[in-house]
Design a protein around this ligand. Sequence first.
Ligand SMILES: Cc1cc2nc3c(=O)[nH]c(=O)nc-3n(C[C@H](O)[C@H](O)[C@H](O)COP(=O)(O)O)c2cc1C
Length: 227
Amino acid sequence: MEAMTVSEAVVARRSIRAFDSRPVDPALLRDLLDKARLSPSGGNLQPWHATVLSGKRLDLLRQETRAAMLKGRDGVEAPEYQIYPSDLPDPWRSRRGSNGEAMYAALGIGREDKAARMAAVARNFDFFGAPVGLLVHTPHWMGKPQWADLGMWLQTLMLLLVEAGLGSCAQEAWSTYPETVKRVADIPPDHIFFCGLAIGYPDPTAPINSFPNPRAPLDEIVRFLND
Ligand SMILES: Cc1cc2nc3c(=O)[nH]c(=O)nc-3n(C[C@H](O)[C@H](O)[C@H](O)COP(=O)(O)O)c2cc1C
């Protein structure tokens, strides 16, 4: 198979939320993570840390999180950071809304079906059925610039996964269960847990893997000044 160009990988990458049953070769994943180390970071701090779960440990995280969810209010954990700013204004608010609606439409879930919507959100805590769940964390005192570096690393990894025929979905949803995640994955207590990354082979037949997810036009986000 001819190697993908960077452009092809950028265009092909999308969040994958349904996986087929093929396992991921640990040696392949190790190789991709080894390459992702070459991501840029301010001052070359390389603030990214990750814990890769599969097999029994991944099952344990799924079980423990399900148990916390079943406890209702008693299972709620104090978040270590706020995922979205409160009172998110437009256009960001409507982008978020459209993304959710497109996802529910792909799953055939109607506007009023709250139970089905909640069940769809809960799929996050199954890593969408992925055979590998990666957890991203960093020392808690790292600042905003270092958090941006975590994104550099994640995107590098996501593109490498695409090149290898794999798919992934970054998941901030996991940050709502930081205590369970950190306990089960043995994440150092002085680290803050950022997000999960579900990794596996995409199920090409699943509509949730192919709904359109448009982007804002270039001129809405980039200005070119030369005067
Ligand atoms: C840091 C980060 C966290 C995300 N968290 C979640 C999540 O918890 N659950 C989810 O279904 N998608 C999550 N996503 C996926 C975004 O919804 C997705 O990237 C966005 O809608 C653009 O779609 P695309 O990735 O398919 O191009 C996350 C993406 C990023 C970059």
